[in-house]
Ligand binder design. Structure first.
Ligand code: ZN
Length: 265
């Protein structure tokens, strides 16, 4: 049955639900099918905190995971005695250690100063270039449309990653025409208000927590982070009947342009 025929048989609410269900089904099981995943993050630690269990699960399955870190994290302290350059260096080493724990083999650093990330053309094309080189099936990044997100690096990272996923398949986009266009099948947003995909990370939670704790400059010996992360993952787990899960809003590039349903998919 064609889509129009289906819709013509239903009342408005039913038809809308059917349409959304159809769109949602495209995004189901996104990580089960992935072979190459690119995590585009604002700062060293964001992916590990939000999606470390998923990353550990993917890496354990042999999926190739690359982290692209846009800023250097130099502002991540409330201690005025800490020097920004030294902190940036320390956070890089912490991310390297955490990546080793999770099984991430490749780290790419774009080195923008923390707090100063802008959605520039230069960065958009750089990400398009990286996408064409690495050829990910899935991009993992913060949801830039999270209401009340005050950190511009987080908003702008999600925007840049979304733009890059959108433009990467267009052959004339970006001054990197030497590389073949690449179609990213999915963008999976974390820290999202409307998740549509939950990943069971019950077997990987200890690995994730170990990786998060490797970011000593951010979390030190503070037990609060562990408690909060466990609680959030417990909550997410309830939606699919498992102990611990991580939540994502998964969209396809088709949803990321002129799509009035994307918010509800
Ligand atoms: Zn961050």
């Amino acid at each position: 049955m064609g889509l129009e025929e289906l819709i013509s048989r239903l009342d408005y609410e039913e038809a809308r639900r059917a349409l959304l269900e159809e769109m949602r089904s495209e995004a189901k099981g996104v990580f089960d099918k992935a072979r190459r995943v690119m995590c585009v993050q604002p700062h060293p630690d964001d992916t590990d905190v939000a999606a470390g269990g998923t990353v550990a699960k993917l890496a354990a399955r042999g999926v190739e995971v690359v982290y692209v870190t846009l800023t250097d994290g130099r502002l991540g302290t409330v201690d005025p005695r800490v020097q920004p350059e030294e902190l940036a260096e320390k956070r890089r080493r912490e991310q390297e250690e955490a990546a080793g724990i999770l099984g991430v083999k490749e780290l790419i650093w774009l080195g923008v100063k923390d707090g100063e990330l802008q959605p520039t053309l230069e960065l958009r094309w750089k990400l398009v270039e990286l996408i064409r080189e690495f050829k990910p099936d899935v991009i993992v990044t913060p949801d830039p449309w999270l209401t009340y997100e005050a950190h511009p690096d987080h908003r702008n990272t999600g925007i840049l990653a979304s733009e890059a996923a959108f433009f990467a398949p267009l052959p004339h986009a970006a001054p990197c025409e030497r590389l073949q266009p690449h179609f990213v099948r999915y963008v999976a947003y974390y820290w999202t208000r409307s998740p549509n995909e939950f990943v069971d990370v019950s077997d990987h939670i200890e690995t994730k927590l170990k990786a998060v704790k490797a970011h000593k400059s951010q979390f030190g010996e503070n037990p609060v982070i562990e408690d909060i992360l466990r609680a959030y993952m417990r909550l997410a787990g309830k939606s699919i009947g498992v102990n611990y899960a991580e939540a994502f809003k998964v969209l396809t590039p088709f949803h990321l342009h002129c799509n009035v349903f994307a918010e509800d998919v």
